[in-house]
Design a protein around this ligand. Structure first.
Ligand SMILES: O=C(O)CCC(=O)C(=O)O
Length: 287
């Protein structure tokens, strides 16, 4: 069996089959279904005609069975070895349909100092194949030559002191530069087909995205978990484009313990960046 850490560092991603038991996935899905039944008004604007949610940020804070699939998954051992210390959960994204996101690196919004103190973990809560929006990756794209972000920033942001933390301009320009590098080398994306309970881990500089979701009535439930060692601050575009910008050494959020793991404590769940709810109102099951 190929070592998952060697795959992650060599190919930019690793697939860990059965990282979470099917029973644990089903408990998480039951928790989400209960949440949706009870909180119809909260999800109304996010769900599509098939009732499928899109990009719910930090749902694990409200639903313990969803936090369980983070705390009790065998892929964490690979993340721990990559970091040299235990991985903690920073944030998550829950989808019930394909993200269909263009190919991108996460680093402009998951920027750490030093680099590579972040990993993406993607858990299949449904079987996912060519029909229902699989993840796609460009193998070895994390090894492409470094892009001169300082030069890009000079073009995009005349005043370096006012580079915003969130910027579509910065994001799109950087991803286009990575895409050009891939095109020049003939590097193509590959779909990854998975079964419920399989986990994909990607390197912070892995170029990846979501394939088209062809059979819309079939769900594609998945949970992306953004993991870091405890206390690592995660920066955004302003730091990413300004390598000399002074940054805090420690994250300004706290953690709570869940099983054997630690999870960053935030106050809100965000539905597709349009609707926010306070976590304490939505815990399920009620304690
Ligand atoms: O789930 C997907 O289709 C893609 C997710 C992704 O690219 C991301 O969260 O960065």
């Amino acid at each position: 069996m190929t070592d998952a850490l060697a795959q992650l560092t060599g190919q930019g991603y690793a697939v860990i089959r059965n990282a979470v038991s099917v029973a644990a996935c089903e408990r998480a899905l039951a928790g989400i279904d209960a949440f949706k039944r009870v909180h119809r008004a909260a999800i109304r604007d996010n769900a599509n005609e098939h009732g499928q949610l899109y990009r719910v940020v930090n749902m694990h804070l409200a639903i313990d069975a969803l936090a369980d699939v983070f705390a009790e998954n065998s892929a964490l051992a690979t993340c721990d070895r990559f970091f040299g210390e235990p991985a903690t959960l920073y944030t998550s994204l829950y989808y019930e349909r394909g993200s269909e996101q263009a190919l991108h690196r996460d680093t402009p919004y998951f920027c750490t100092r030093p680099a590579d103190r972040y990993l993406g973990m993607w858990l299949a809560l449904d079987d996912v194949d060519a029909d229902n929006g699989p993840l796609r990756v460009v193998p070895r794209s994390h090894l492409l030559p470094a892009i001169d972000v300082a030069a890009l920033a000079r073009e995009l942001f005349p005043d370096p002191a006012s580079i915003p933390p969130i910027s579509d301009l910065g994001w799109n320009a950087y991803q286009a530069a990575v895409q050009r590098q891939c095109d020049e080398r003939g590097m193509l994306a590959q779909e990854i087909h998975v079964k419920r309970g399989d986990m994909i881990i990607w390197h912070p500089s892995m170029f990846h995205g979501g394939s088209p979701h062809q059979v819309r009535q079939r769900s594609r439930r998945s949970l992306v978990m953004h993991v870091t060692p405890q206390g690592v601050p995660v920066h955004h575009i302003d730091v990413f484009f300004d390598p000399d910008k002074p940054v805090a050494a420690k994250a300004d959020w706290r953690y709570y313990r869940h099983g054997q793991r630690r999870i960053a404590r935030f106050r809100e769940i965000d539905f597709g960046h349009t609707h926010k709810l306070a976590v304490r109102r939505w815990r399920w099951p009620w304690p």
